[in-house]
Ligand binder design. Structure first.
Ligand code: ADP
Ligand code: MG
Ligand code: MG
Length: 210
């Protein structure tokens, strides 16, 4: 099985819905260790994305949709997360090039490129209490599932579950990147908002592929 443009569109719509539903929770997390705008920033961005989907050409490829998401997030989200997520979707778009459908290898390549884009843009390492702590275990789990011959749905489920665990595991950490790094030990006990939103985005990917 492979995932085509219909799936990418369904994923993007599901992401916008789940971000809207979790807007207050993401704001609450960012109020604890940041400036309280993460939920608003992402909700504004994905709402803008929804408004642009109708303008896509009927023969749009997965790469075209991912690129539209990237450029829209870059121009509407702002803060730290806008350029980071924008880069993630842009690199994922480039990784899938002009494929009409994503098979397991292309899917893992897209997830890997997204994570690598976030890392090259933000220079965070695993354990720095950022969205990288969701993305890195997600990519590792997706690659391992693909190696074992898993289908795209199972690959995305493995990625989402690993991202959820990674987000939870940011709670005891001290932050070394982003606003939360100014707090030192006061960040301990709070979940990183970007890791949480990353887990929501990846769970939406798995749900729409199931
Ligand atoms: P801002 O901090 O500018 O208000 P947001 O609140 O939208 O931006 O996003 C904050 C999230 O961005 C953090 O929770 C963290 O996951 C992520 N983040 C911040 N800096 C970095 C970085 N250098 N690398 C990776 N992720 C980062
Ligand atoms: Mg913020
Ligand atoms: Mg901000």
């Amino acid at each position: 099985m492979a995932l085509g443009t219909d799936w990418v569109l369904a994923w993007v719509r599901a992401t916008a819905a789940v971000i809207a539903e979790n807007r207050a929770e993401l704001v609450r997390l960012d109020r604890e260790i940041g400036d309280g705008d993460h939920g608003e920033n992402l909700d504004r961005g994905f709402t803008a994305v929804l408004g642009k989907l109708d303008g896509l050409a009927p023969d749009a490829t997965p790469a075209d949709v991912l690129k539209l998401v990237a450029t829209t997030l870059i121009s509407t989200v702002g803060g730290a997360a806008g350029p980071l997520y924008g880069t993630a979707y842009l690199k994922a778009s480039a990784a899938v090039k002009d494929s009409g459908e994503l098979d397991p290898a292309a899917l893992v390549a897209a997830l890997t490129a997204a994570r690598d884009g976030i890392v090259s843009r933000g220079k965070a390492e695993p354990g720095d209490k950022t969205m990288v702590d969701a993305w890195t275990p997600a990519v590792d789990a997706a690659a391992a599932a693909e190696q074992e011959g898993a289908e795209v749905g199972a690959i995305l489920d493995a990625a989402a579950s690993a991202a959820e665990r990674g987000a939870a595991e940011t709670e005891p950490l001290v932050a070394r990147k982003g606003r939360a790094s100014y707090l030192g030990e006061r960040a301990i006990g709070h979940r990183d908002p970007g890791a949480q939103s990353s887990a929501l985005i990846l769970r939406a990917a798995a749900d729409t592929a199931a």
